[in-house]
Design a protein around this ligand. Structure first.
Ligand code: NIG
Ligand code: FE
Length: 419
């Protein structure tokens, strides 16, 4: 007799974007919703879902090992956070007063603080300390309903320290229920030792770091902080093309503060995603649409930096039909929060995205920003059973009732992790 490992019953509302592909423009609003649903899992994979009546009928002659009743709650795909700086040492609350007195993010960095402060703390920490700290953050993310997280390096800025961060991310992936997707970001800042000699640091990234990271299979993606006073378009192009040559797919921190043309660069080199984009131009959006680059928006960062400006999500969706994704950007400087539910609220408030668009952005579009649209990001037969159970009557309730955690349960690979 065929076996079902876990049968989930009593789903008041099952809500999911359809299919595996990124959902562009108006498609972002279109979700499949099943009222009074059930879902069956075998070996970590969704094998059936539908109305309770249909699924229970299917289960009649099968051996069901375990059944859980979610009491009428809402079930969505497990959330995906496609942009974080998860692994790092220390924290930067000492910069809060400076920030509040009006000193800008880039000025703090230019004075040797900001990212460079966290570089110091990360170099001083050993692997176990980095692991323990990241593990606590990962637990928070999981409790928020997140089942897959991208993690960037970029606080080591020496070969050994970058490898140290990436090894910690690998160990987290091996030991924690949340899946970690690693990105090498040696080009996060020019380290103090190379002050005034950025080209020499870029030589080190291109000649030593990228090949070593690729050889040790410690990352899938390569990212650059392409920003005025950090890495230029030309420097970013050189690093990202080397990454691509070594099998690390390009991602880019693009047009966050100044409109340098990062969105255009992402399009030119075939990046999977361009992230931040507060200052990206219409030309940049058009290029991204033409080349299938996914915009990853980070409304927690503009909020926390106190910027008057926000990413133009409405134009990206309505005019350029882009497949917008959302992420926390969790990091110790510009966005110290693990809460994807806070990000959902800010996407509603400041990016004017609808609850349906927000769910699409946090599931299938985020999964595609990590090259994982085939396996996660939507509820479909054959996909991994990554599910979040919300104690909320409907989707709009999530950004509406803000500042609390609505997660009731989380299932990862068919295992009940949070309940
Ligand atoms: O995405 N912009 C560059 N990197 C991070 C911030 C990192 C930090 O401040 O430590 C970001 O916002
Ligand atoms: Fe970032």
């Amino acid at each position: 007799m065929e076996r079902i490992d876990l049968l989930i019953t009593g789903i008041g509302r099952l809500v999911t974007p359809p299919g595996n592909a990124p959902r562009c423009g108006q498609q972002m609003k279109q979700l499949d919703i099943i009222i009074d649903a059930a879902l069956a899992i075998r070996e970590g994979i969704i094998v059936a879902f539908g109305t309770s009546q249909d699924v229970l009928e299917l289960m009649r002659d099968l051996e069901v090992v375990e059944t859980i009743d979610v009491g009428g709650r809402m079930v969505t795909p497990g959330l995906v956070d496609p942009h974080t700086h998860l692994v790092h040492g220390g924290s930067r609350e000492h910069e809060l007063a400076l920030k509040r007195s009006g000193v800008s993010y880039l000025d703090i960095l230019a004075q040797g603080g900001g990212i460079l402060n966290t570089v110091q703390s990360t170099r001083e920490a050993n692997e176990q300390e980095l692991y323990d700290k990241a593990c606590r953050s990962l637990n928070e993310m999981l409790l928020n309903g997140v089942t897959t997280v991208e993690a960037k390096s970029g606080y080591g800025l020496t070969l050994e320290d970058e490898l140290k961060q990436l090894r910690v991310a690998k160990r987290l992936n091996d030991t924690h229920p949340v899946e970690i997707v690693s990105t090498f970001m040696g080009a996060h800042a020019v380290p103090l030792a190379y002050k005034g000699r950025p080209e020499e640091y870029i030589d080190l990234i291109v000649n030593e770091m990228v090949p070593k990271v690729a050889e040790e299979e410690l990352a899938e993606f390569c990212d650059v902080f392409c920003e005025k006073g950090v890495f230029s378009i030309e420097q970013s192009r050189r690093i990202l093309l080397k990454g691509k040559e070594c099998g690390l797919l390009p991602k880019i921190h693009a047009d966050e503060i100044e409109p340098l043309g990062g969105a255009e660069l992402a399009s030119e080199i075939g990046a999977i995603s361009a992230e931040h984009l507060l200052s990206a131009t219409d030309k940049g959006f058009a290029a991204m649409a033409e080349h299938g680059v996914i915009p990853v928006l980070l409304p927690g960062t503009s909020f926390n930096l106190g910027l008057a400006k926000h990413a133009r999500a409405r134009d990206m969706i309505d005019t350029y039909e882009l497949p917008v994704a959302l992420a926390t950007d969790y990091n110790p400087g510009s966005c110290p929060t693990e809460s994807i539910q806070l990000i959902m609220m800010l996407a509603s408030l400041n990016l004017k995205m609808t609850p349906e668009e927000i769910l699409t952005a946090c599931t299938i579009n985020a999964a595609n920003a990590l090259g994982r649209g085939e396996s996660i990001g939507s509820i479909a037969v054959g996909k991994r059973a990554d599910l979040t159970i919300f104690d909320a009557p409907n989707l709009a309730y999530l950004p509406y009732h803000f500042g609390i955690n609505h997660t009731f349960g989380v299932i990862k690979n068919g295992n009940v992790i949070v309940w």
